[in-house]
Write a protein that binds this ligand. Sequence first.
Ligand code: SAM
Length: 217
Amino acid sequence: MDIYTKQRMKMVDSQIRSRGIRDERLLKAMELIPRHIFVDEGLADQAYNDNPLPIGEGQTISQPYMVALMTEALELKGGEKVLEIGTGSGYQSAILSKLADRVFSIEKIASLAGRARSILDLLGCFNVLTRVGDGSYGWRGEAPFDGIIVTAGAPDIPMPILEQLTIGGSLVIPVGSLSSQTLLRLTRLSEDIEDVKREDLGGCRFVSLIGEYGWGS
Ligand code: SAM
C-alpha cells in the first residue's frame, strides 16, 4: 500500500466514519478517490489533513468531512442525475461520479474548470459533464436534477436552482453571510416551489458564490 493510500484510509476512519458518516458507498468512494492529485504537487502531503486547502484563484478544495456531510445529505442510491455548482478542484465531482448515474458540474473560473476536467478525465470520470459559467442560474438545459449541491456560500437560496429540482429531490447549500453560513438541505415536496422541507445541517464557512443569484458578479 503506498503512502497516500494509507493516509486516505486513515482520513476516512478518523475524520469521516468517526464523525458519524454511515453511507457505505460514500465511504468506499472516499477510500478510492486519490484526493492528493486534486491539489498542487507541493500540497499533496497535506491533501488528507482535516482542513480545506488552497487550489489557486483564491479558491479552496473543501475539508474532507464537509464533502462527506454534503454528499451523504443527498442520499444517493446510484441512479440519480446530480448538479454541482462550484467544480473547484473536481474532487467533489469525482466522489459524486461514483455514487450517481450522471453528474453536471459548473465552475465560474475557467482555469480551475480546465484543470478539474483534466483530472476527471485522468481518473475516467466520464459520467461528469463540466462547463464554465455562472452556476447560480443552475443548468436549465439539463434540469430537472434529483440532487443539487452548491459548494460556495450564498446570501439566500437561488430560486432558479430550487426550480430545477425534481419533486422529492434535495438541494444542499451553505446560506448566510460572507464569513459564516448554515448548511441547509431543502427537499422539494410538490410542484409548488414554496412547498419545501428545510433542514439545518450545522454551521460552516465557504468561499462565496459569485453570480447573479449569489453575491453579485
Ligand atoms: N467542490 C469543490 C472541490 O471539490 O474542490 C470545492 C469548490 S470551492 C469551495 C467553491 C468553488 O465555487 C470555487 O471554485 C469558485 O470559483 C466556485 N464558484 C463561485 N461562484 C460560482 C458560480 N456562480 N458558479 C460556479 N462556480 C462558482
